[in-house]
Design a protein around this ligand. Structure first.
Ligand code: SAH
Length: 391
């Protein structure tokens, strides 16, 4: 009986096939975890034992960032949803099982408001019309909500009344941003943006630290599992308060700031300028004096550090899906920190990078998969490497 109930719940999404986001739709969560564990083992078992994947208690509505593309259907009705897998055809999504409920409500309200404000949706083929996308980000701990309206041109007619009407329905919105994207591109956000309500960022808290999040800054989309991920990373690092630490690919400084509470000094490095600005503000707001941030390519930065013979005890690294690069990895190997804690969102590039590190004097000690994306096929991993002979 119980099993049947779960199966029914798991297969309620009507657009799963077209959307393609949730490859494990219709599969009980326990089974999803089993599959992911198996995949992980195939790729990573050769390095060391893979711990059992940590799943979610409640694997629904977990995404704190929700994106909807706007269009019209054949009858001319405004729709919002997602691109059909591998196309630019928009399919309407009414209720997504993995996206934050409140954010989805806001997107529905905006769809209704467009009609009364006579705002046209943007047509990607002709470049005619205005509203392209809406992105909503919500701080699950703070309740603060950011709405980003992505337009094909810079002016939103009746802007103030639109803000008023939207906030009347959703007073919980704390900031609204206009983003202009006038390019033929599959990127959602353009470069130009203007804050039209509130401070232009939201805050959220993770592992006891508060973080400021700007529209373009990376922030993990599953905050519940992010805490599990970071706690595992800290446990692996085993900081005692005396260490010099690097947080590479640091985003808005999340991992580094959690580490700074237990280390002597942390240096964060990140490519995205907005994220670095957020990271610096975050350190100030949390009154942390033992953490600094630099903007730039992590690989180049590590080459410089290695040249200067800088001493580092622990390196945290959390690169994007493409993984790290030889510049970075070879410099780490040269500097020889006692521990490297690799947080990865792609087991394929993780396996490639681990292979390199093992060849260059590191031992893989522990691998912990964390399910950050129930129903989807991504898996996040935390890996502990130690310098061979230097435990
Ligand atoms: N550790 C952070 C961010 C991880 S996402 C967190 O947990 O929230 C990966 C980050 O790497 C992104 O912020 C991205 O902007 C950054 N990045 C991508 N390429 C980079 C490079 N070559 N050098 C430094 N940072 C890079």
């Amino acid at each position: 009986m119980e099993e049947k109930k779960v199966k029914k719940q798991d297969s309620v999404c009507t657009v799963a096939k077209k959307c393609g986001g949730c490859v494990y739709q219709g599969m009980p969560y326990k089974e999803q975890l089993k599959r992911k564990q198996k995949q992980e083992e195939q790729l990573l078992k050769k390095f060391c034992k893979v711990s059992p994947i940590i799943g979610m208690k409640d694997p629904y509505y977990y995404r704190n960032k929700v994106h909807a593309v706007f269009d019209r259907d054949r009858r001319g009705n405004i729709i919002s949803g997602t691109y059909q897998a591998n196309t630019h055809r928009v399919i309407a999504v009414e209720d997504c099982m993995i996206e934050d409920k409140k954010s989805q409500e806001i997107i529905r309200t905006i769809r209704h408001l467009l009609k009364s404000f006579k705002i046209k949706t943007y047509d990607e083929d002709t470049g005619y019309g205005l509203l392209r996308h809406v992105m909503v980000r919500r701080g699950f701990q703070t309740g603060e909500i950011m709405v980003i309206l992505v337009l094909g041109s810079p002016i939103l007619p009746s802007k103030n009344n639109f803000i008023k009407a939207l906030r009347k329905e959703h007073p919980e919105i704390t900031t609204i941003i206009l983003n202009v994207n006038d390019k033929q591109t599959s990127m959602v956000l353009g470069e130009k943006e203007k804050v039209i309500y509130g401070p232009g960022f939201i805050r959220d808290t993770l592992c006891g630290c508060t973080f400021r999040i700007s529209p373009q800054s990376f922030y993990q989309v599953n905050p519940v599992q992010t805490e599990v991920l970071y706690q595992t990373a800290m446990e692996y690092a085993g900081l005692q308060g005396k260490e010099s630490v690097i947080d590479a690919y640091c985003g808005i400084g999340t991992i580094g700031m959690v580490a700074a509470k237990q280390a002597k000094h942390v240096l964060g490095i990140e490519l995205n300028k907005d994220a670095v600005r957020d990271a610096k503000m975050n350190a100030k707001e949390n009154q942390m004096n033992n953490i600094e941030f630099r903007q730039g390519d992590a690989g180049k930065f590590m080459v410089d550090m290695a040249k200067k013979h800088q001493k580092v005890d622990v390196v945290f690294m959390d690169p994007p899906r493409a993984g790290s690069d030889e510049k970075f990895l070879s410099s780490v190997a040269q500097m020889g920190p006692k521990k490297v804690v690799y947080v990865s969102c792609n087991p394929v590039t993780l396996a490639r990078d681990l292979k390199y590190m093992v060849k260059h004097g590191y031992k893989v000690e522990k691998i912990q998969p964390v399910d950050m994306f129930p129903f989807c096929d991504h898996v996040e991993n935390v890996v502990l490497m130690s310098k061979a002979g230097k435990r």
